[in-house]
Design a protein around this ligand. Structure first.
Ligand SMILES: [Zn+2]
Ligand SMILES: [Zn+2]
Ligand SMILES: [Zn+2]
Length: 277
């Protein structure tokens, strides 16, 4: 599998649009890996994980032809991961779209997707948008043309049925593990023995709240999660592990994160990072 990190930030992006904090000021000066779009991933040529407010910028920057996308898998309903308005442009009269896409998401995420009216105030149906919805339930694996999706409950967005995912194809597996704090025990039970090849772990709280493990994770919680994933066989011993989904409120620039994570054998996500496994 080939995973492209299309975004590596939490909700506000980095630099946050109007923020006066020192982290955002330095990110504006440095640019490069310190400029972070909202988190999403492109898997092989045909799958997106999440479709947020930076979708236009991501598809143009990374050469993604959305006409070739077969499916979008949503982690949860928060607006940094789901921007329904941009999907309404698929409607006839706005765009010429003949190909359907499959959307895999929890019931609350699907509800938010259809609740957003188009520009003329009409509620558009998923049929009109050529979107085929597939409701996911935690712990119930589904397959889509040889692409495996195992949704597992996250520690995040109470009431929203947020998921982390084990995604698989051709015997290879990747763990998408944002947004979440330390996952619920039922999730750990499903992760045990999975033999995952690559993992991306929530690091929203960065260095500022290093031990945070509820709702999101700080850097120390990321290391603890990686160690438990290895110990229970969720990860292969040689799995590639990356921290990702960073908030400016974590007060960590890319170099700071690399200084912390590199000695621990964990990579640091950035926009445009490509991982093959
Ligand atoms: Zn998020
Ligand atoms: Zn800031
Ligand atoms: Zn969230």
């Amino acid at each position: 599998m080939k995973i492209t990190v299309l975004g590596s930030a939490a909700a506000e992006a980095i630099p946050a649009l109007c923020c006066e904090c020192a982290t955002c000021a330095t990110a504006r000066q440095r640019g490069g890996k310190d400029v972070r779009r909202r988190t999403s991933y492109w898997i092989d040529e045909d799958t997106l994980v999440d479709f947020g407010p930076d979708a236009f910028w991501q598809t143009t920057a990374f050469g993604i032809d959305l006409r070739r996308i077969d499916r979008i898998v949503f982690t949860h309903r928060h607006f940094d991961h789901l921007n329904p308005m941009e999907l309404t442009w698929r409607r006839g009269g706005f765009s010429r779209v003949t190909k359907s896409i499959d959307v895999f998401a929890s019931r609350p995420t699907l509800t938010r997707l259809v609740a957003i009216p188009s520009t003329d105030g009409a509620i558009v149906s998923l049929d009109e948008l050529k979107i085929a919805p597939h409701e996911l339930r935690a712990g119930v694996a589904v397959e889509s043309d040889g692409f495996g999706i195992l949704p597992l409950a996250a520690n995040h967005d109470p009431g929203g049925s947020p998921f982390i995912f084990v995604l698989s194809r051709g015997g290879r597996k990747v763990l998408i593990c944002n947004d979440t704090g330390d996952p619920p025990e039922a999730t750990w039970q499903c992760l045990a023995g999975q033999g995952i090849d690559a993992a991306f772990i929530d690091s929203t709280m960065g260095l500022a709240h290093a031990d945070c493990a509820s709702g999101h994770m700080g850097v120390n919680a990321v290391v603890k999660a990686r160690d438990r994933l290895l110990a229970c066989g969720a990860l292969k011993p040689d799995a590639q592990v990356f921290a990702n989904h960073f908030s400016h409120n974590g007060h960590a620039l890319h170099a700071d994160l690399e200084a912390f994570f590199a000695p621990k054998g964990i990579g640091v996500g950035y926009d445009g990072l490509v991982v093959s496994c």
